[in-house]
Design a protein around this ligand. Structure first.
Ligand code: CP
Length: 340
């Protein structure tokens, strides 16, 4: 499937272009608008597309629970190209591809062992990997790198994190987790806590949530506030939103407490990092003030933002969130490879 031959997913004038139609189950007829497409930003996903991906993820969960895997993508190969460290995103994409019967080229344990260390550029690397593979998953430290890769590759490119820019597949699994844990997204009060400046998962999830009637609370130290560009999108969307420095202001009303790590690797001044790195820690004492029906989420890794004693609290959803990542990525791989 040649993605250059396909229309863009959105025409940016407001609507979908035409896509093949598939029947996911007896009740839900939806569009696979992802066939042959790059996944670069959450801006590509509207509500029908989200419903499609979530339904496919549920089917993957049911299938994995029943038989462990399938041959849906037999003969297809995923190139996993990671210029930054990863445990969850890389491992879940690999697990997803293998459970779907496909193969993987894993350049995930340090590109220093690839020809990148000899000075090979990103465009040349992706034009090489597309000779062997049908889809490329890329993590890279620079904003816009996934778009650059997509401009050069003729196979679909999936953005697995471009510096402090976006992490769209994480946002999809986060939103899916909220839906599955609480049974709804509409009407929820969602508090984002920690490094809202550099945390790309917060950027992507916030943008997705603007499609829903939710209340957003942004909790961060002053220097780690949400970037103005994203805050302007929040304001333009008319969503109920407030900023605070104090978790105590949000804990009693939050339906979702989305906690994030301070992103040490993005600081040019490490003294500034030291000032804010221990600003928040969610403890059992803090959780005692939270609602009985709510969830604590974290994209992980954590480095002290959530005390280990919280892990046994049924409201701690972060490892269930990790597992959802595999189902969402199975759904996405099947969709971009046209196996709806
Ligand atoms: N959540 C996430 O992106 O984790 P990794 O950095 O381990 O992939």
């Amino acid at each position: 499937m040649d993605k250059k031959a396909l229309k863009p997913l959105f025409d940016y004038a407001g609507g979908y272009n035409g896509h093949e139609s598939v029947t996911v189950n007896r009740h839900l007829k939806v569009e696979n608008g992802l066939a042959g497409q790059d996944i670069l930003s959450v801006a590509q996903f509207d509500r029908p597309m989200l419903a499609y991906v979530f339904e496919r993820a549920r089917e993957m969960r049911e299938m994995v629970g029943r038989v462990g895997g399938t041959d849906l993508l037999t003969g297809r190969v995923l190139a996993c190209l990671f210029y930054e460290p990863s445990t969850r995103t890389s491992a879940s994409f690999i697990a997803a591809m293998e459970r779907l019967g496909g193969g993987v080229i894993p350049i995930t344990q340090g590109v220093q062992f690839s020809s990148v260390s000899k000075g090979e550029t990103l465009p040349d690397t992706v034009r090489t990997l597309e000779q062997y593979s049908d889809v490329i998953v890329l993590r890279h430290p620079e904003i816009g790198s996934a778009q650059v890769a997509a401009d050069y590759a003729s196979v679909p490119v999936i953005n697995a994190g471009d510096g402090p820019g976006e992490h769209p597949t994480q946002a999809l699994l986060d939103l899916f987790t909220i839906q599955e844990e609480l049974g709804q997204i509409e009407g929820l009060k969602i508090a984002m806590v920690g490094d809202l400046r550099y945390g790309r998962t917060v950027h992507s999830l916030t943008k997705l949530l603007l499609q829903y009637d939710v209340s957003l609370r942004f909790v961060s130290p002053e220097i780690l506030r949400l970037p103005l560009t994203i805050m302007n999108e929040v304001i333009d969307a008319g969503v109920n939103a407030r900023e605070t420095h104090d978790v105590a202001d949000v804990i009693e009303n939050a339906d979702v407490l989305y906690v994030t790590r301070v992103q040490k690797e993005r600081f040019s001044d490490l003294a500034q990092y030291e000032e804010v790195k221990d600003h928040y820690e969610i403890t059992p004492e803090i959780m005692a003030r939270a609602k009985q029906k709510m969830v604590v989420m974290h994209p992980l890794p954590r480095v002290g933002e959530i005390h280990y004693a919280v892990d046994s609290d049924p409201r701690a959803a972060y490892f269930r969130q990790v597992r959802n990542g595999m189902y969402i990525r199975m759904a996405l791989l099947a969709a971009v490879l046209g196996k709806a």
